[in-house]
Design a protein around this ligand. Structure first.
Ligand code: HEM
Length: 479
């Protein structure tokens, strides 16, 4: 009798794992991260700064330090390596940053509206042509990455992306984002292979626009790798996963998008709602370089690490903020709402905020023209499941029963995957946070650049070309 009772209890405990284990492990992971990493930073919105001051503080001229002086930066540099010290997002303000930012804007602006339409359509067609005949279960992120790898390759090099380059770019971007989500360790070999390829291309003069002159060939390659073949590919893929998964789980919204004309505005609202509910940045941080007065009694000292929390901000001031409701944008001013999917204009906003939504619209319409999307997988901001989704050709629709059975299968698999994935994330995440603290890539970079106490002051000023020559992590040069 006792054995039977124990067996039943054990079976019940085992069956309930998907319901409680992933969230329990997530909580434990966050506590371990804070313990290893230190509870650094001012949470915004938070006790000290409320949502009304969010934009004002984000836009403050002294909230302009990017990497130096924050333990958090060691972690970001670890995940973005090689070349995090050359990544536009992590450069300190100054002339070198300005030149890099100008180059990015020039490359992003080098394509006309008509060519953008054609290029996105071609890249999407290449990615989905083999799936046309029968329903397929896909991971949306895996489907998206080659599309954006090809698109950004063509933008940078002005020519069609060869398969070998596409595979290198996808290998690099996928490795970065998978490590960032703690689903796997870093594989530096994959990333260095892309670096070597890019060095060769830069040496051949294959880039369509002039690159920052203060950078060496290797640095130019690392800049391209960080901004276009990591950030652009990862961000576009993730934004599209959220958008398509939201449509897959809201059939009415999907039907409206699929049936409205090319110039319809509903898709804009769907994109806004998807970016509101699932902003790509969890936290963006800044390090203050001078005192900031919050009010008569509160002053933030220089060196404060400000952690701007996007998901929290995007939920304040909206009715039913957890509900996916694109219609809320019909009469809502984006400018006045607590909504900054591409950052704030006054403080280094995303340079792709014009191009990204346009390309997302073209890709979405191209996919929905051929397929209907369905999914019962969990949809969270970090989306470690890569967006499981059933794509059904519109020319060969599935019966209701068959579709429901498949959706049941997706849900069961997804919940069980969550169990083992949460444990993997706990173990690998703890190791990577510890390893990043041990390697101190960002701290060591600035120490090497400014060994003297005065140097510490100096390094808040623009970095010189020579200093940028140092690499935070020994990336092998082209052989
Ligand atoms: C829908 C897609 C995208 C979203 C939602 C997005 C969002 C953002 C946000 C919120 C920031 C500001 C973070 C901060 O304040 O620290 C940012 C910065 C940045 N983004 Fe994007 N991004 C997207 C696509 C892209 C693409 C396609 C590129 C390609 C070049 C790109 C390149 C950058 C760069 C270089 C920065 C740093 C800007 C600077 O510090 O000067 N992003 N992005």
């Amino acid at each position: 009798m006792l054995i039977l009772t124990l067996s039943i209890l054990f079976a019940a405990l085992f069956a309930s794992l998907p319901l409680w284990l992933p969230s329990a492990v997530l909580g434990l992971r966050m506590r371990i991260f804070t313990w290893i990493n230190g509870a650094e930073g001012v949470a915004i919105p938070g006790k000290l700064v409320d949502s009304a001051q969010f934009r004002r503080l984000y836009s403050h001229p002294a909230a302009n330090g990017r990497s130096r002086g924050a333990a958090l930066s060691d972690l970001f540099w670890y995940w973005l390596s090689p070349g995090a010290e050359l990544h536009q997002e992590h450069l300190e303000p100054g002339e070198n940053y300005d030149e890099v930012a100008r180059t990015t804007r020039r490359i992003l602006g080098s394509i006309s509206k008509k060519s953008t339409d054609e290029l996105v359509a071609t890249c999407v067609a290449r990615a989905i042509e083999w799936k046309e005949r029968s329903p397929r279960l896909v991971r949306l992120r895996d489907l998206m990455m080659p599309i954006w790898a090809e698109f950004y390759y063509t933008l940078v090099f002005g020519m069609r992306c060869p398969a070998v380059a596409r595979d290198l770019i996808v290998g690099n971007a996928d490795d970065v984002v998978t490590a960032l989500k703690c689903c796997s360790l870093r594989h530096m070999g994959r990333r260095y292979r892309l670096t070597r390829y890019l060095i060769e291309q830069v040496e051949l003069g294959a880039v369509s626009q002039p690159l920052p002159a203060h950078l060496s060939t290797r640095q130019q390659a690392l800049y391209l790798q960080g901004t276009f073949f990591n950030t652009a590919v990862v961000q576009m893929s993730e934004a599209m996963v959220h958008l398509l998964l939201a449509l897959a789980q809201h059939p009415q919204a999907q039907d409206r998008v699929a049936t409205e004309g090319e110039d319809g505005e509903y898709l804009d609202q769907v994109i806004d709602e998807s970016l509101r509910l699932y902003p790509l940045f969890g936290i963006a941080h800044r390090i203050t370089t001078a005192e900031i007065d919050l009010d008569e009694r509160t002053r933030l000292p220089p060196g404060s690490v400000l952690c701007f929390n996007y998901p929290t901000y995007h939920r304040l001031g909206f009715d039913d903020p957890e509900i996916f409701d694109p219609d809320r944008w019909r009469n809502c001013s984006r400018r006045d709402a607590n909504y900054i999917p591409f950052g704030v204009t006054a403080n280094r906003p995303c340079p792709a905020q014009g191009l990204a939504p346009i390309t997302m619209k073209i890709a979405t319409r191209a996919i929905l023209r051929q397929y209907s999307l369905h999914s019962s997988a969990s949809h969270t901001r970090s989306i470690p499941n890569r967006g499981p989704c059933l794509m059904v050709p519109r020319s060969r629709p599935l019966g209701r029963r068959a579709r429901q059975a498949l959706l049941l299968g997706i849900r069961a698999r997804d919940r069980w995957e969550d169990v083992w994935r949460s444990i993997v994330q706990l173990i690998l995440g703890t190791y990577m946070v510890w390893d990043a603290r041990r390697l101190r890539l960002c701290q060591r970079y600035f120490e090497a650049a400014d060994p003297s106490p005065q140097g510490a002051e100096e390094s808040l000023r623009p970095l010189g070309g020579q200093r940028l020559e140092r690499s935070a992590e020994g990336c092998p040069r082209a052989q």
